[in-house]
Design a protein around this ligand. Structure first.
Ligand code: NAD
Length: 295
């Protein structure tokens, strides 16, 4: 069993760390919010009074933090106390440039860095069925694989440092675009007098089928249960979708590459958030699109 330090015990981090503790690993935790540490202790983890103290002596250091600047700040804080040869795994969704910088800094300090963002949301974190997309050296990946297998159902080694984040933002850009497409299809179907059930039955078994329709339908009452059936409570919040679409646009700009639909999806999510999207699931953008004016 491994000595694991886990930093960032929010909606995702706490259940992920809990699964590691339940599997018998020693998990030392830190979060800037004291209440999060209290919950982790109740789930069998050991509290630390700082990130630096949590990582001391740990074989694996896992971070699950809000964004790139915070992930880099925490990395700088823990480096002096981390054991040489420890595998440092950042599971946060952050920009590709920060992820590459984290690899450089941690590698120079003698650590084995991995970027390992996840897909699957809070439900997947609790159930231990997340998908991990991992960037970094193969030997570090092989060492960390048993931990990924506790926290997730599928782990893909995507390539060098930063490639996990690259995979994540490409996937989520496509998800944002496809959700808007699904919402447009269902709202047009409504205008044309088609029932949501008929639209679902056809689209979900035809060439328009996709995860946003088949698994996470933005219309209530049809398909498997989704946030639409729970008054659009997240789920995956519209703010997080806007964050990920922003990261994909940043990466596209840095790569000198045009992603016009990704750019448009970001603009639509920002407008939705300004109107009434804050705190709602990302599929609730169907309400915004129902009232959009034709130009
Ligand atoms: P969250 O805001 O619930 O959790 C972040 C945690 O980090 C908080 O508990 C916060 O107190 C802590 N934190 C912030 N700064 C810190 C610091 N300097 N030191 C220690 N702890 C600090 O966010 P979340 O929903 O758990 O998401 C975490 C990451 O996972 C984000 O990058 C997000 O984009 C990504 N993600 C979220 C989901 C989701 O459905 N929530 C899905 C996939 C990926």
């Amino acid at each position: 069993m491994a000595e694991v330090a886990f930093i960032g015990l929010g909606n995702m981090g706490l259940p992920m760390a809990s699964n590691l503790a339940a599997a018998g690993h020693t998990v030392r935790v830190y979060d800037t919010v004291a209440e999060a540490i209290v919950k982790a202790v109740a789930a069998g983890m050991q509290p630390s009074s700082s990130a630096a103290k949590a990582v001391s002596g740990a074989d694996f250091i896992i971070t699950m933090l809000p964004n790139g600047p915070i992930a880099l700040a925490v990395l700088a804080e823990i480096l002096p106390s981390a054991m040489r040869g420890a595998v440092v795994i950042d599971c946060s969704t952050i920009d590709v440039a920060s992820a590459r910088e984290a690899h450089r800094i941690a590698g120079e300090a003698g650590l084995l860095p991995l970027d390992a963002p996840v897909s699957g949301g809070t439900g997947g974190a609790a159930a231990g069925t997340l998908t991990f997309m991992v960037g970094g050296a193969k030997d570090a990946f092989d060492k960390a694989l048993p931990l990924f297998e506790v926290m997730g159902g599928k782990t893909v080694h995507c390539g060098d440092g930063g490639s996990g984040q690259a995979a994540k933002i490409c996937n989520n850009m496509l998800l944002g675009i496809s959700m808007i497409g699904a919402c447009e299809a269902f709202s047009l179907a409504e205008k044309l007098g088609l029932s949501a059930q008929a639209a679902f039955d056809v689209i979900s078994t035809s060439s328009g089928s996709c995860w946003s329709v088949n698994t996470y339908c933005p219309v209530p009452g049809v398909g498997p249960k989704s946030p639409a059936d729970n008054d659009y409570k997240p789920g995956f919040a519209a703010e997080l979708m806007a964050k990920d679409l922003g990261l994909s646009q940043e990466a596209a700009a840095n790569a000198g590459h045009a992603t016009p639909l990704g750019a448009h999806a970001l603009a639509l999510y920002r407008s939705f958030l300004e109107k009434n999207g804050a705190g709602r699931d990302f599929s609730a953008i169907i309400d915004y699109l129902r009232t959009a004016k034709r130009s």
